[in-house]
Design a protein around this ligand. Structure first.
Ligand code: DX5
Ligand code: ZN
Length: 224
């Protein structure tokens, strides 16, 4: 099943509750929350207090994408604040297996993320543990960047490995997903589509979400 995960990075932070509701009315079914620490990525965003407020503003699952160093130090705080899904970067984790189990111990779905320069092979030993794999299709840190097409083969490869090994993780894509790229990512096997600028950048988030989800669903029908 295809799901749209609107990323609040491009939303109006002064009207977050309202914007998240609009994106949900347009069919967004997971809210993607980008957490940046100014070290792992060259940008700063938000922490647990904002997640806690979002938790009151929506019943949709909160997908917290941690672009931070030492994620183990903060996972309990994000879980307590109301995160439902937590993903960590392979590149940021010295003890990835331990970190993924830490996420699960807080009753959250556990995801692992790979940057554009990181191969799928780097995840071979954790694919059995994770609930989802997030393929970055831009270098993390900012919204509204250009989609990197060479990441598509990683979505295909993850779908192939899942079949071969009889695993159940879902495949998420993040970065540059918009009307001109959505069919490609869906055909490559992505199932959870993060979109920031395409939903919140211009115009009405509800309408933008509807149009993007429709294009994604049509591409998924062509896939089968
Ligand atoms: C980038 C973030 C993304 C970002 C995507 O580092 O992880 O979630 O919000 O934004 P768009 O959809 O605008 O590329
Ligand atoms: Zn993200």
């Amino acid at each position: 099943m295809i799901e749209l995960a609107p990323s609040i990075l491009s939303a109006d932070f002064a009207r977050l509750g309202e914007q998240v509701r609009a994106a949900g009315e347009g069919g967004g079914s997971v809210i993607h929350v980008d957490i940046m620490d100014g070290h792992f990525v060259p940008n700063l965003t938000i922490g647990p207090p904002v997640v806690k407020s979002l938790r009151k503003a929506t019943e949709l699952p909160l997908d917290c994408h941690l672009m931070i160093e030492n994620p183990d130090e903060f996972i309990p705080a994000f879980a307590d604040a109301g995160a439902n899904w937590i993903s960590v970067h392979q590149e940021a984790c010295r003890h990835l297996d331990r970190t993924l189990h830490l996420i699960k111990s807080h009753d959250c779905l556990a995801g692992v993320v790979i940057n554009p320069a990181t191969p799928v092979d780097a995840l071979a030993e954790v694919l059995e543990i994770v609930d989802y794999v997030l393929v970055m299709s831009v270098n993390p840190g900012f919204g509204a960047q250009r989609f990197i097409p060479s990441t598509l083969h990683k979505m295909r490869r993850l779908a192939e490995i899942r079949g071969q090994r009889g695993l159940h993780y879902r495949i998420e894509v993040d970065g540059g997903v918009a009307l001109d790229t959505v069919a490609d990512v869906v055909r490559a096997g992505a199932e959870i589509l993060v979109a920031g600028n395409a939903v919140f950048g211009n115009g009405d988030p509800k309408k933008n979400a509807q149009v993007l989800l429709k294009a994604a669903t049509e591409a998924a029908m062509q896939r089968v």
